[in-house]
Design a protein around this ligand. Structure first.
Ligand code: PGA
Length: 269
């Protein structure tokens, strides 16, 4: 497919965001460097996709040296941040430290952090501190179970509203919402969402944002999906699910799978 063709298929101005969350992988700096460089190479072949790779903290500094800050299509992210800039917080990393290591985006409120006790209020503090330090934030929201009664919608509403409390209008330019239903994440996943259900949820998230802010702002905030995305479902989730991108866990650890997912998305609708 020629350049102009793929551009024609792309909805005007719309860029697809693909975030790779490496979680606690790989186990050595050598493997991390190899994976990072391989992924960087596969990204150079894409036109419409913006990739953010989020390795474990310990690899950030060295991998940050392999990314050009001018490259809009490939950047470095982190998986979490503390909400304070410095101080007596054993084992924690601050947003300012992340920025100085070359990180431009940080995932906040991942369900695996929430599972170990992170509250909506802590998520909000982290979001505000990260934005203040100049980072873009990927705010994760997602229900543990789906219920016929629609109760999960209230969970999402509460998570979105609390996480983004007090975020200024100008800072919203640096906010991405990742909808990640907990039941669809990881090897224990019981199911993957249908594009139709995903579309409904992305509309719902926009509705919540338009209640708290404005419909114009709601339209401008990207919503991405995460949870058992693979080569077979990536394209339909993005284009039929009408989201702005994907958050990949396992699929970001294998360069072949990752690059096949990028190629699927490049094909467009
Ligand atoms: P998964 O993880 O793609 O391995 O399901 C997604 C995530 O937790 O962000």
């Amino acid at each position: 497919m020629g350049k102009s063709n793929s551009k024609n298929k792309k909805p005007a101005g719309k860029e697809i965001i693909v975030i790779g969350n490496w979680k606690m992988n790989p186990t050595s700096a050598v493997e991390a460097k190899k994976l990072f460089l391989d992924v960087r190479k596969s990204v150079s072949k894409t036109e419409r996709i913006k990739v953010v790779i989020c390795p474990p903290f310990v690899f950030l500094e060295s991998l940050g040296k392999l990314v050009s800050l001018k490259n809009r299509h490939f950047s470095l992210g982190a998986q979490d941040s503390h909400f304070e800039e410095k101080g007596p917080r054993t084992g924690e990393i601050s947003p300012t430290m992340l920025r100085s290591a070359g990180v431009r985006t940080v995932i906040i409120g991942h369900s695996e952090k929430r599972e170990s006790g992170e509250t909506d209020e802590a998520v909000n503090k982290k979001v505000l501190a990260s934005l203040k330090a100049g980072l873009a934030v990927v705010v994760c929201v997602g229900e543990s179970n789906r219920e016929q009664s629609g109760k999960h919608l209230f969970v999402i509403r509460h998570q979105v509203r609390t996480a983004l409390r007090d975020v200024s209008k100008s800072d919203f330019k640096k906010v991405i919402i990742a909808y990640e239903p907990v039941w669809a994440i990881g090897s224990e996943a019981v199911d993957v969402i249908t594009p139709r259900d995903l579309h409904q949820m992305s509309i719902y998230i926009k509705k919540v944002l338009s209640e708290t802010h404005s419909s114009e702002l709601a339209r401008s905030v990207p919503v991405v999906y995460g949870g058992s995305v693979d080569v077979g479902n990536a394209r339909s989730l993005v284009f039929e699910g009408c989201v702005d991108g994907l958050l990949l866990g396992r699929a970001s650890l294998d360069v072949q799978i990752f690059s096949n997912i990028l190629s699927e998305i490049e094909k467009g609708e």
